[in-house]
Design a protein around this ligand. Structure first.
Ligand code: C2E
Ligand code: MG
Ligand code: MG
Length: 699
């Protein structure tokens, strides 16, 4: 009980009367004395006491009046009053009780009895006050329970619900009658595992409280999310009396979180994981594959012909197609696999838990097959296919980024091999590609460093020694490796932009050289080898015209273009069109390496080439190999029949030259006449050739 001493105010006009009582009470209480009714009221107002001993008979304001005034004061009215009276008649007793006195003590005092009465009264009063406070607290608790916005459930030690509040009903849909005596389990949604609940109980029993989030099931069946705190209420012996669960509905926040998560991790169009989620999954998949000692196949899929669908039918149809593609692919996968979309028509598929290196092919083939079936979208029948690149982990033991890149590369190879197929990443191929990239950048550097030069090899008429002109042959003056032949670098840049750039440089340099040559002899020509990819450039003819325009004094006939017979045959119609346009500018053509491409006579008839250049492979053994000789003779005949010139390349000896003359081929080029030479040696060679040429004419 309260340890502070209680205060008693004694109001009595004759202090001697109560002196003794006062002394006894002072041992336990704080005593204040007022000798008149007015003073008593004043002191009571200043500092309300816990008990007032009030004399009835006083001059001026008597005890009854003081009592009345005390009872009419809101603050003082609850202070218990004990009347002190010398009168012992019943009327006085009744009157004083009617006025609200708690008790009365008779004068003269029997000190012990008076003290006991006072003690009892104050004790009762203290209990009453305590009760009032408890009641207030209970009322407060009840209204907190009832009006709380959070749902509250109280269960007994067997975890059976004994009470719930209104918010519980609002949030869960269950009334008290639905749940009383039941286990709160009835709210479980199945969204959390048994392990989750086990963990919750373990923690709760150990720490007496638990808080966390989970999904529950509403009475009507839908799910809702709660943030919940559960506490254990134990009795004095430490045994569990109750569990109290307080929870708030966080479904809105959760669904908002979910929506944000969807945007961040899922592809908006198809709803499957996007690149961000893929990279998470990939990291997990690698770890899982290592842990389980299995194999993962990472497949990079790119649709063939998707762009055309977009162009032809519009983006809306394109989008619908992507959605259907997603659904079809998903049908070929198992639950452990991941399908993600990482770009327009690019998908990445993770096939997990494979036990053999070729197991992936079953799924991949199924996907290729299912995508080949026609799609019907908005009444349009659409046919597409896919190219898939695959790489296996741990066979390809690299991090997720490199694995993705390798699968992408393999996909690219599948495309190059003709689409609608898959290709397994090949480490050697990767290395080659890397080397290729390196070489490309070195060549690019060499172009800007001006490391390429042209060598010139004369073309002559063996019958009279006349020099017709020179063939420009490119060399790379490599700072470390020395002079490199075209075979060492041209194949690397074949079909690349670098080839176009370099070829353009070749024509420009050759024209510049031709300009100088013509000062010596205006009949001299220069021939330039044209790469097939260069020739078919849209602006080839226009650029050629530009080159010619740079040197208005040079006759266009003095520029000759050598194209490989094989290249022409690849696309006869297109190439012969371009050739015709060039010839309209006055430029001539030779069909290089003639005889290696099996030109049909029909083609030859239509090809606007001035010269056939017999391939050196036939010339080399012509003196010993009668088949080669036969081909040469036939080619010479062919040229004559179609009114074309014919030239032999690879004429290495005088004997070759003489034989060619004998069978009617006068034009020749080869080491036997001259090796290709740098431009600055041409003048000296021309002088020296006048004598040397005669060796071919002597019999
Ligand atoms: P091509 O146009 O058939 O050129 C003839 C090749 O035979 C040249 O090799 C030349 O050096 C070589 N040669 C000439 N006479 C003889 C001989 O008597 N015996 C032997 N064994 N070889 C002889 P090169 O310079 O290595 O050029 C190889 C090929 O590279 C050329 O064959 C041509 O197709 C291509 N090429 C050269 N320069 C260029 C160029 O500027 N642009 C393009 N696109 N291709 C070029
Ligand atoms: Mg050539
Ligand atoms: Mg050739």
């Amino acid at each position: 009980m309260n340890s502070t001493r209680l205060k008693i105010l004694i109001i009595d006009d004759t202090p001697s009367n109560i002196q003794l009582l006062g002394e006894v009470l002072e041992q336990k209480y704080i005593i204040q004395i007022a000798t008149s009714g007015e003073r008593g009221l004043q002191l009571a107002h200043q500092d309300p006491p816990d008990l007032i001993l009030l004399d009835i008979m006083m001059p001026g304001m008597d005890g009854n009046e003081v009592c009345k005034q005390l009872k009419s004061d809101d603050i003082l009215k609850n202070i218990p009053i004990i009347f002190i009276t010398a009168l012992s008649d019943t009327e006085t007793e009744l009157q004083s009780l009617a006025l609200g006195a708690a008790d009365f003590i008779q004068k003269p005092f029997k000190i012990e009895i008076a003290r006991l009465r006072i003690d009892n009264l104050l004790e009762r009063e203290a209990l009453r006050k305590e009760l009032v406070i408890k009641e207030q607290q209970q009322r407060l608790a009840a209204s907190v329970f009832n009006y709380s916005h959070d749902g509250i459930a109280i269960t007994n030690s067997d975890n059976q619900i004994i009470d719930i509040n209104r918010s519980f009903t609002r949030i869960t849909g269950y009334q008290i009658s639905d749940v009383i005596g039941k286990d709160p389990k009835i709210l479980q949604s199945g969204q959390q595992s048994d392990k989750f609940y086990q963990g919750m109980w373990d923690y709760l029993l150990k720490h007496n409280n638990w808080s966390g989030e989970f999904w529950n099931k509403h009475k009507k069946g839908h799910l809702f999310a709660v943030q919940s705190s559960i506490a254990i209420i134990r009795n004095a012996a430490g045994d569990i009396d109750h569990f109290v669960a307080i929870f708030s509905d966080i479904t809105l926040r959760k669904t908002h979180d979910e929506a944000l998560k969807r945007i961040a991790y899922f592809d908006e169009l198809t709803g499957i994981p996007n690149r961000t989620l893929l990279s998470d999954r990939l990291t997990q998949a690698i770890a899982q594959t290592q842990r389980n000692n299995t194999i993962m196949a990472l497949c990079f899929l790119d649709l063939d012909g998707f762009k055309q669908v977009n162009d032809q039918f519009g983006h809306e149809v394109g989008d619908k197609l992507l959605i259907e593609v997603t659904q079809r692919i998903a049908r070929c996968l198992r639950k452990v696999d991941t399908l993600s979309r990482i770009g327009g028509d690019e998908f990445v598929i993770l096939l997990l838990d494979l036990n053999a290196e070729d197991e992936y092919s079953v799924s991949v083939e199924r996907i290729l097959n299912i995508l080949q079936q026609p799609f019907v979208i908005d009444n349009n029948s659409i046919n597409i296919s896919a190219s898939i690149g695959v790489t296996l982990f741990p066979q390809n033991d690299n991090d997720s980024e490199i694995l993705l890149r390798h699968a992408d590369q393999a996909m690219y190879t599948a495309k190059q091999k003709g689409k609608n197929q898959y290709f397994l990443f090949d480490a050697k191929l990767d290395h080659d590609l890397y080397e290729h990239e390196q070489s490309l950048s070195q060549i690019k550097q060499a172009i800007s460093n001006n490391e390429f030069v042209l060598y010139y090899q004369p073309k002559v008429n063996l019958s009279n020694g006349n020099v017709q002109g020179f063939e420009a042959l490119i060399r790379w003056q490599h700072p470390q490796k020395g002079l490199l032949a075209p075979a060492e670098f041209l194949p690397i840049i074949e079909n690349s932009d670098l080839m176009i750039e370099l070829s353009d440089w070749v024509i420009a340099s050759a024209m510049q050289q031709l300009n100088q040559l013509q000062e010596v002899n205006s009949k001299l020509a220069i021939s330039v080898n044209i790469a097939p990819c260069h020739l078919i450039q849209k602006d080839f003819v226009r650029k050629l015209q530009d080159h010619l325009n740079t040197y208005p004094n040079i006759a266009a006939e003095c520029l000759e273009l050598e194209v490989l017979e094989t290249a022409v045959l690849d696309d006869v119609l297109r190439v012969s069109e371009i050739m015709k346009s060039c010839m309209d500018l006055g430029v001539n053509f030779s069909l290089d390496d003639f005889g290696t491409g099996y030109s049909s006579l029909t083609y030859l008839k239509n090809l606007p080439a001035k010269t056939l250049k017999i391939d050196q492979s036939f010339i080399r053994d012509m003196l010993v190999d009668s088949d080669d000789m036969a081909i040469i003779v036939a080619t010479i005949g062919l040229a004559k029949a179609f009114h074309r010139e014919v030239i032999a390349e690879g004429v290495e000896t005088v004997a070759h030259g003489k034989k060619l003359l004998e069978i009617g081929c006068e034009l020749a080029q080869g080491y036997g006449i001259s090796h290709p030479m740098p431009a600055n040696e041409i003048k000296d060679w021309l002088l020296q050739w006048e004598d040397e040429s005669k060796v071919f004419q002597r019999s």
